[in-house]
Design a protein around this ligand. Structure first.
Ligand code: PBG
Ligand code: ZN
Length: 334
């Protein structure tokens, strides 16, 4: 008799461990704590504003006061990490060099300093470091004859990271994908006395169609060309390991894979090749797709959000950057 026949004869019955919720909780393999969530925020430099983002229901661009009250409420439900994105108040302030990115009075810089004053060490203030929302061409680095320059883009990125650190950011997160920017930013921070500022590298960032809603919100789409000469090719996995290793060698404290859901294999592979904390970014398009389908009654939002977030954790991510965090905690979806 084969083993399979013996098993189905009754000794081995996996269904015993699925009998009721209490048993299922006893043997559950994957958990998410609110402290593992990082919530992205679109920050405006004005005092009071709340501008809904049409393709991201439930998410708004927030003025500085609105940001404080939103984060205050998040802290009360256990969310203690905020990732800040900004763009110049006036599109006319976008320039070829993107210098508004390191303006000490920019929205992100003001927000970081307000938040640290208000919440101190109860909040991890994290900032996205990139130029695309501040350059008139919308690329993440400087351009010359339509090409995105690598080494020339490092200095403005370092300046931007430094301006965030000066404002009080606990974590700076470069998302530009220029080669060598982790080392350049680490050195820049250390030289300026910010050796305690944490560097979260967008180490493995794919050229993805899932960033669409974000680019509308942050007004950061390239006006010519695309990002394929610096973001990664979705066909590649070995390259992800190379990127992760380089960023680790350059001094990253934490790594990120982005997007999350179409790249669960990448999350797993990076998890198995590094011992650094690994973060996954459940991006705007992943959020928008679920919101749209559930608004139509085609998917049950609570069930699929739980399934997706657990899948990201099960694949090996330690932290999850997600727009669903607040709903998931408040709705007890986890
Ligand atoms: C900017 C940046 C992007 C995202 C985070 N930082 C967009 C892009 O690279 O085009 C995407 C986030 C999201 O879609 O939620 N470099
Ligand atoms: Zn960018």
């Amino acid at each position: 008799m084969s083993n399979a026949t013996i098993n189905t004869s009754g000794r081995s019955r996996p269904r015993r461990l699925r009998k009721n919720q209490t048993v299922r909780n006893l043997v559950a393999e994957t958990y998410i704590s609110p402290s593992q969530f990082i919530v992205p925020h679109f920050v405006l430099g004005t005092e009071n504003a709340e501008i809904p983002i049409p393709s991201m229901p439930g998410i708004s661009e927030l003025g500085l006061n609105n940001l404080l009250s939103t984060i205050d409420a998040d802290l009360k439900i256990g969310i203690s990490s905020a990732l800040l994105f900004g763009h110049p108040d006036n599109a006319a302030h976008k320039t070829a060099d993107g210098k508004a990115a390191w303006d000490p009075n920019g929205a992100v810089q003001k927000a970081a300093s307000n938040l640290k004053k208000e919440f101190g060490d109860n909040l991890n203030v994290m900032t996205d470091v990139c130029l695309c929302a501040y350059t008139d061409h919308g690329h993440c680095g400087l351009i010359e004859n339509g090409n995105v320059l690598n080494d020339a883009s490092l200095d403005p990125l370092v300046r931007t990271a430094l301006s965030h650190a000066e404002a009080g950011a606990d974590v700076v997160a470069p998302s530009d994908m220029m080669d060598g920017r982790v080392a350049a930013i680490r050195d820049g921070l250390d030289k300026a006395g910010h050796s305690d500022v944490i560097l979260l590298a967008y180490a493995v960032k794919y050229a993805s169609g899932y960033y669409g809603p974000f680019r509308d919100a942050a007004d950061s789409a390239p006006n010519k060309g695309d990002r394929q000469s610096y973001q990664m090719d979705p066909r590649n996995l070995l390259e992800a390991l190379r990127e992760a290793k380089l960023d680790e060698q350059e001094g990253a404290d934490m790594l990120m894979v982005k997007p999350a859901l179409a790249y669960l294999d990448v999350i797993q592979a990076v998890r198995n090749s590094s011992v650094l904390p690994l973060c996954a970014y459940n991006v705007s398009g992943e959020y928008a797709a679920i919101k749209a389908a559930s608004a139509n009654g085609w998917l049950d939002e609570a069930t699929v959000v739980r399934e997706n977030l657990m899948a990201i954790r099960r694949a090996g991510a330690d932290q999850i950057i997600t727009y669903h965090a607040r709903d998931a905690i408040k709705g007890k979806w986890l």
